[in-house]
Design a protein around this ligand. Structure first.
Ligand code: AMP
Ligand code: GLY
Length: 423
């Protein structure tokens, strides 16, 4: 099979690493890719925002299957256009990608299909949103409706904080994403991520993960795209997974199909496990980054036929086998992240990883033949172990061999799970 992978982050490096192991793969391309992905695929300089150029490339190379990694091209309709041109694509239509692109859209589906989530209202002006907040009291959560790179959410512990967040949204702090605001009830519990494939009719549960969103140790400081993750999430027992499928995923699939937007791709459900059980915080319509890295480390099955079955409506014909060994990934970021940071700092060396370990590239480039850090989140040092504790020890041992002066990481990734293991 000739495959094109779209994206350039750590998630896509993990997907590329796994896809390249498939015996079905005959030719493998990535656009735009990164130096890590280049270990597995031929990089092609196609502008992925130019959908016509992507289609032209796929025709020229007679590509059989396109895997879309990030959300932005999906929300922009790349999967629709590739499908219209006759290609098999992993990733939802733009209409179905609204599950990530519009929080209000998702909340309305939840309300219509009785999916457990925080009570909410949608607003397009500040005075009404503020009146609702004053009526509800704190804690309360204020969210910009659209894609805001993970920054559009304020979990407000006081009414004043929530009122200020409403002003931020309507004053344009998140651009067009904040033109509409969702105000929702605060959910108390433990967070977990659940990944599940859907071909529109059939579902295949994948695995669970937990991440660390805050930049600082002990989960302190500003939010980031994620500083590390591990899989599985101990809070997601077999019973919680079953309830999540029945109470959240299946009604969402039904709701999307009945609304005329059957969902084909991966559901990344952000869950809060409350006293009542699993409740939906949000959906993403692509793999998590860095959650994907730990999922790929644990997946024993060939990824390519699984993603292809998702794209072609035959998900009932495949299964996914997982290693029981947990996997953990630590993000190395440029000093200063998530604030401003120096670009193009040299990465002198990346160690060879043995079996069950891998350093994924998330934000790197080659400049005059030398590897440099180009992003905020730059490397994902990933390892598995018999326990989360062992995976953590192996990941940090590998990380300590990375030679990059401008890099930093959190030293406590996995702490909740390790505390549980020691209890
Ligand atoms: P989101 O971008 O929707 O995932 O929100 C970012 C983070 O805000 C989540 O991972 C949660 O930690 C927190 N959050 C979002 N919604 C709620 C809620 N209703 N109750 C409590 N925390 C929330
Ligand atoms: N790590 C969270 C995300 O990919 O959105």
């Amino acid at each position: 099979m000739k495959v094109l992978l779209i994206g350039s982050g750590g998630r896509e490096h993990a997907l590329a690493w796994k896809l390249a192991q498939s015996p079905l793969m005959t030719e493998f391309y990535a656009a735009p890719g990164n130096p890590g992905i280049a270990e597995h695929a031929t990089l092609v300089p196609v502008d992925v925002d130019d959908h016509a150029a992507v289609i032209a490339f796929c025709k020229e190379k007679a590509i059989d299957f396109i895997v879309v990694g990030p959300e932005a091209p999906l929300v922009a309709g790349i999967a629709d256009q590739l499908r219209a041109a006759g290609f098999a694509v992993f990733g939802p239509s733009a209409a179905a990608a609204q599950l990530e692109g519009s929080k209000g859209f998702t909340k309305d589906i939840c309300a219509r299909y009785d999916i457990p989530t925080g009570a909410y209202q949608r607003f397009n002006n500040a005075p009404k949103a503020k009146a609702y907040i004053r009526e509800q009291g704190a804690p309360i959560v204020v969210k910009a409706d659209g894609l805001a790179a993970g920054k559009g959410v304020t979990v407000a512990m006081t009414v004043d904080e929530a009122l200020a967040a409403v002003d931020d949204c309507f004053e344009g702090a998140f651009g067009a994403a904040g033109a509409e605001v969702v105000v929702e009830a605060y959910l108390d519990g433990e967070e977990a991520s659940f990944f599940c494939l859907s071909d529109g009719k059939h579902a295949l549960a994948l695995a669970t993960a937990q991440d660390h969103k805050r930049v600082g140790e002990g989960d302190t400081g500003p939010n980031t795209g994620g500083m590390g993750a591990y899989s599985p999430a101990p809070v997601m027992t077999a019973e919680m997974v079953e309830r999540t499928m029945k109470e959240i995923i299946e009604p969402t699939m039904r709701g999307m199909a009945e609304s005329g937007y059957p969902f084909s791709g991966v559901f990344f459900a952000g869950l809060m496990i409350t006293k009542k059980g699993p409740e939906l915080i949000e959906y993403n319509v692509r793999f998590g980054d860095p959650e994907c890295q730990v999922l790929m480390m644990r997946l024993k099955s060939d990824l390519l036929p699984i993603l292809y079955a998702t794209a072609t409506g035959t998900l009932d014909k495949v299964t996914a086998e997982w290693s029981d060994d947990p996997a953990l990934t630590v993000v190395m970021a440029s000093k200063g992240y998530p604030g401003s940071y120096d670009k193009n700092t040299p990465i002198k060396s990346i160690p060879e990883a043995g079996e069950g370990a891998k350093v994924f590239h998330a934000g790197t480039a080659l400049k005059d033949g030398a590897l440099v850090a180009t992003g905020g989140r730059v490397l994902n040092v990933t390892a598995s172990g018999k326990t989360v504790g062992e995976a953590q020890t192996r990941a940090y041992a590998l990380l300590d061999k990375v030679e990059w002066d401008n890099g930093f990481c959190r030293r406590d990734i996995g702490w909740q799970a390790i505390k549980r293991e020691k209890a």
